[in-house]
Write a protein that binds this ligand. Structure first.
Ligand code: FSO
Ligand code: SF4
Length: 550
């Protein structure tokens, strides 16, 4: 296997024997084959659409297939085998769609070859062998590391965008143009002689489309649950039976809240589910009592200690310990072999496991943190913020956000947040915030110095806020007293980075390490075009930011 799609990839170059995330070589091959199959489907769907032919089932499957292969989502070869069988059926449907549309238009259909003509092997072992033939290694040999790296950056950007598109469509918000782009971009990845310029342009287009998708998801979340409002969230347990909900899927949380109402079970959020507490239609549930634990990489000890059931609605799942394997559940696209999967929104098994577990025996002394600083909430203070900047009360803004992870260097973000001067505001989002969100940052100009904008997709909020500030100060976003200190881990961070690059945002500090798929040549291009900077030391980087360099 060779997988280098996430930040924790082995030796900073690629997982070859076994994934650091827990992905075994067989699962890696099946995921590669699923992406290959999605490209084949897209070849037909991309050609059918201009002829007026589209099929929502095809569109949605491509989104789900991509999201399935994001880091820490699906580790289950059996589930992947099922998805591959379905992929072949969907591909046949897309082929028919295209050929029928051609006939109708009086055109001769193109005869498409690999990956459009993929025939799924009959057994799991043979599917794995097929997957081994379509991995990154073969392309690095054929096309070289730069072109392959750019192709993979696009593929990872698409995977991240697919995750957000999936959340939005679950809440009933979708856009045919977005589906069309997935097909166009995947089709472009089948080009036997790709060019660097074309790939760079397609990567930026992915950033553009992801921005649109984050907007759709924002509309879906706020349309379903209202605009987040600043909300105090309890971080200490209360007595009673308990369910811990992790991941990003607000719909699953809503369903679970409804199904547990009046059952004497308290619901806690974990990791990226924390911002759910800010949404009016979710916070109204009295038994949504608090947030438990930290970011995803702490789950093995935290789930072990949690005296109730656990539900993983999206990534990031890690190999469950035997101690809690019987009381952890997956939903949506998440899968781990041997872990019960809730496919139909009926969370009865989760509720039963919570009732059977001990629950918290007593209330712990109350402690809380704040969340809910979506764009509406932050921009409702726009006048105060602009005034405070003009009078010098607020000197600088820092967006310290992105994913968390297990690598040692990630304490940089804690130290950076701690070192930010008192007259500066810190905006944060995604699971990286657990590095510092329990520290007391106090206030500046009557506003909290630390504002939690939400999940990783709420990078949309940060972009809205930056745009509004730039307008108020009549300057470009790059001219604002704003620094971006970003941490990345998986492919959602890749699509957000592409969106920021599409917007022309420069001087991003990216860590804890640069992606392995960015060869030195590609990294040079990004530095020249966008002045992306690796992290150095907190002292040097902070001084540079405050001195006007990013
Ligand atoms: Fe984190 Fe995992 Fe939200 Fe990611 S929980 S790492 S970028 O899935 O999606 O920030
Ligand atoms: Fe390695 Fe990350 Fe790929 Fe897992 S997802 S196999 S940790 S590069």
């Amino acid at each position: 296997m060779l997988c280098y799609q996430c930040e924790q990839t082995a030796k900073g170059t690629g997982c070859t024997a076994f994934g650091v995330c827990g992905k075994d070589p067989d699962t890696a091959a099946l995921q590669d084959l699923l992406v290959h199959a999605a490209k084949g489907i897209a070849m037909y769907a991309h050609r059918a659409r201009p002829l007026g032919a589209a099929d929502r089932a095809v569109d949605v499957f491509v989104v789900e297939a991509l999201f399935t292969t994001v880091t820490n989502v699906n580790f289950d070869p059996k589930r992947l085998q099922g998805l591959l069988q379905r992929a072949a059926e969907v591909r046949d449907a897309a082929k028919k769609l295209y050929e029928d549309a051609c006939r109708k238009a009086g055109q001769t259909p193109e005869r498409l070859s690999a990956p459009a003509d993929w025939v799924p092997a009959a057994t799991l072992d043979d599917l794995i062998r097929q997957g081994e033939q379509v991995g990154i290694e073969q392309r690095i040999t054929a096309l070289g590391p730069d072109v392959t790296g750019l192709q993979e950056m696009l593929a990872y950007g698409l995977k991240g965008t697919a995750a957000y598109a999936d959340h939005a469509l679950i809440l009933g918000v979708e856009d045919p143009e977005v589906f069309a782009f997935f097909h166009e971009a995947l089709d472009s990845l089948t080009n036997p002689a790709p060019k660097v310029d074309g790939l760079l342009a397609m990567n930026l287009k992915c950033g553009e489309v992801n921005l649109k998708v984050m907007g759709l998801l924002d509309a879906a979340n706020t349309g379903s649950y209202g605009h987040p409002v600043p909300t105090k969230v309890r971080i200490t347990p209360v007595k009673g039976k308990a369910i811990l909900v992790s991941g990003h899927d607000l719909k699953d949380l809503e369903l679970l809240l409804r199904q547990t109402e009046g059952k004497g079970i308290n619901i806690y959020t974990h990791g990226e589910m924390l911002p759910a507490h800010g949404y009016p239609a979710l916070k109204k549930f009295k038994h949504l009592v608090g947030n438990y634990g930290g970011a995803w990489q702490d789950q093995r000890s935290e789930f072990d200690d949690f005296p109730g059931a656990v539900l993983m609605t999206t990534n990031c799942i890690q190999k469950p310990k035997e101690s809690y394997k019987a009381r952890i559940f997956t939903s949506g696209l998440v899968a781990w072999p041997g872990v019960t999967h809730i496919a139909d929104g009926d969370f009865t098994p989760v509720i039963e496991a919570a009732l059977a577990a001990g629950g918290f025996k007593a209330d712990e002394p109350e402690k809380s943190i704040l969340t809910g600083f979506g764009h509406n909430a932050v921009l409702s203070h726009a006048g105060t913020v602009v005034e405070a900047v003009k009078t010098g009360k607020i000197k600088h803004f820092f967006l310290i956000g992105g994913c968390d992870g297990a690598k040692p260097g990630r304490d940089y973000y804690t130290k950076f947040a701690e070192a930010v001067p008192d007259n500066c505001v810190i905006l944060t989002l995604a699971c990286g915030k657990y590095r510092f969100n329990k520290l007391d940052f106090g206030e500046v100009a009557g506003l909290p110095r630390l504002m939690d904008c939400g999940q990783c997709n709420d990078a949309y909020t940060a972009i809205q806020v930056a745009g509004a500030l730039a307008k108020a100060f009549n300057c470009g976003v790059n001219d604002l007293p704003l620094s971006l200190i970003l941490s990345w881990y998986e492919q959602k961070a890749v699509c957000i980075l592409l969106s920021l690059l599409y917007l022309g945002i420069r001087n991003i500090r990216l860590g804890p390490s640069l992606p392995a798929f960015l060869t030195p040549e590609l990294a040079k291009v990004l530095v020249e075009k966008f002045n992306i900077m690796p992290l150095t030391t907190v002292e040097k980087d902070l001084a540079a930011c405050l001195g006007g360099n990013g």
